[in-house]
Ligand binder design. Structure first.
Ligand code: GAL
Length: 424
């Protein structure tokens, strides 16, 4: 089975090496504040809630390591970059790039590279001692023709169910008993729905695509799921039809106001007990933790039924755009992003796991330790909704087809044809 990720054992991750070179002295190369001015515009979609808290944790390390530069928050609200990515494209095409922007490792990053919008930062890997800091398979996703185009900040898992144990218990479901597959889960969803609570919360289109990718993982298995992206699995085949039928059934258990919500509201429904389950990437854990909701008593998590043994992979990374107004400032930001101190602070707040392999798992929550273990041992499969599996244009076409389907504009056969055409 092809893995796009890394085989890094938890033990290897536990072998703490040295802290990053160069970071923490606040001095950089001595040029700070010169040339491009002191402002460093950091463009992300981490605009609110636990995502903003994560960004602020990184900002604090940046301020400590590079006090001569000023962090300027260029965040554009909208989960998964649903608004940010379009705006970014407009700015890049107008020759108005931010100093650095967030991009997903994998096909999404390759888009920007192919468009000539990113500088090669491989020299910085040497300068900051990053070459051995990240798993080789992750570096491969950031590399084109031997050049590396960004510095990863974190790794998230997409295929996670978050559930409210109190709601499950009131429906007579044992929160510790994880359904074996989507059919078994649907039986539980029916039981919950009969109690009058929203069984499964979801939000706007991108979260529906997120749900879809996890159902495809669960129903097809790792190898056939990966085949969807390398041409080996037929999008018009019966396996995909079965997964889409499951997706349709799952959507029938969701809240009707979904299209007006973003992920924090959908996850909040589980926190508040107005929904039993939510499928979301593990940035959701930061929302539970931020509100003091504890794993076990306040929430339970498990891989989307049927996808156990797979790690739905996505990684955020930061770039140096061609024409960045303050390349020195952006370079300083990239140094902080890649530093051990930056990765520990950021990921503790964000719910993700460090991309660096020398972070100590003991510094992270119980949930995150489980993600570190899954990343080390499971099949790594690329996320569709978060730029690992497909270029932005493909994701946009998948999103349009999904929105049409879930708002009643197409039937399942048409939806499947449109997905097949979108991926090409
Ligand atoms: C993903 C991103 C995560 C998280 C999520 C929700 O695309 O990689 O870091 O922010 O969107 O907005």
């Amino acid at each position: 089975m092809r893995r796009i990720g890394v085989v890094a054992t938890a033990a290897a991750i536990g072998l703490a090496l040295t802290a990053c070179s160069g970071g923490g002295d606040g001095g950089g190369d001595g040029d700070e504040g010169g040339g491009g001015g002191t402002d460093v515009e950091v463009f992300t979609w981490w605009a609110a809630g636990s995502e903003l808290t994560g960004l602020e944790a990184l900002e604090a390390v940046f301020a400590e390591q590079h006090p001569d530069f000023t962090f300027v928050n260029g965040a554009v609200a909208g989960g998964a970059g649903s608004a940010a990515k379009d705006l970014l494209q407009t700015r890049l095409q107008a020759g108005d790039p931010p100093d650095t922007f967030q991009a997903h490792a994998g096909a999404e990053l390759t888009d920007y590279i192919a468009a000539g919008q990113l500088e090669d930062v491989s020299d910085l890997y040497t300068e900051f001692g990053l070459t051995d800091a990240f798993p080789q398979d992750l570096i491969d996703l950031l590399t084109v023709d031997g050049n590396i185009y960004s510095v990863p900040s974190n790794i998230h898992r997409s295929n996670v169910v978050w559930a409210n144990p109190t709601v499950l218990e009131s429906a007579g479901i044992d929160p510790a008993a994880v359904p074996a597959d989507i059919d078994a889960w649907i039986a539980d969803l029916e039981t919950v729905q009969a109690t009058g609570v929203t069984a499964l919360s979801v939000a706007t289109t991108w979260t529906q695509v997120h749900l879809l990718e996890t159902v495809l993982m669960a129903d097809l298995g790792a190898e056939a799921y990966i085949g969807l992206w390398n041409g080996e699995t037929d999008w018009t085949g019966a396996e995909v039809t079965g997964a889409l039928e499951h997706f349709e059934t799952l959507m029938s258990f969701t809240n009707t106001d979904r299209d007006g919500l973003d992920w924090p509201e959908a996850t909040q429904m589980v926190i508040d007990g107005t929904a039993a389950y939510n499928v979301m990437g593990d940035w959701a854990v930061a929302a539970f933790e931020e509100q003091g909701v504890e794993r076990g008593a306040g929430f339970v998590d498990f891989p989307v039924p049927g996808s156990d043994g797979q790690f739905g992979f996505l990684a955020d990374s930061f770039t140096l755009p061609v024409g960045a107004p303050n390349p020195d400032g952006a370079t300083a930001w990239l140094e902080t992003v890649g530093s051990l101190e930056g990765q520990v602070a950021f990921n503790q707040a964000k719910g993700s796991i460090p991309a660096r392999t020398d972070a100590d798992p003991a510094d992270f929550s119980e949930y995150q330790q489980s993600a570190i273990e899954s990343y080390a041992n499971d099949a790594i499969v690329p996320s569709l909704a978060h730029g690992a599996a497909s270029p932005i244009a493909v994701l946009n076409a998948v999103s349009d087809a999904t929105s049409k389907f879930t708002t009643g504009g197409s039937d399942l056969a048409t939806y499947q044809q449109e997905l097949a055409a979108a991926v090409g």
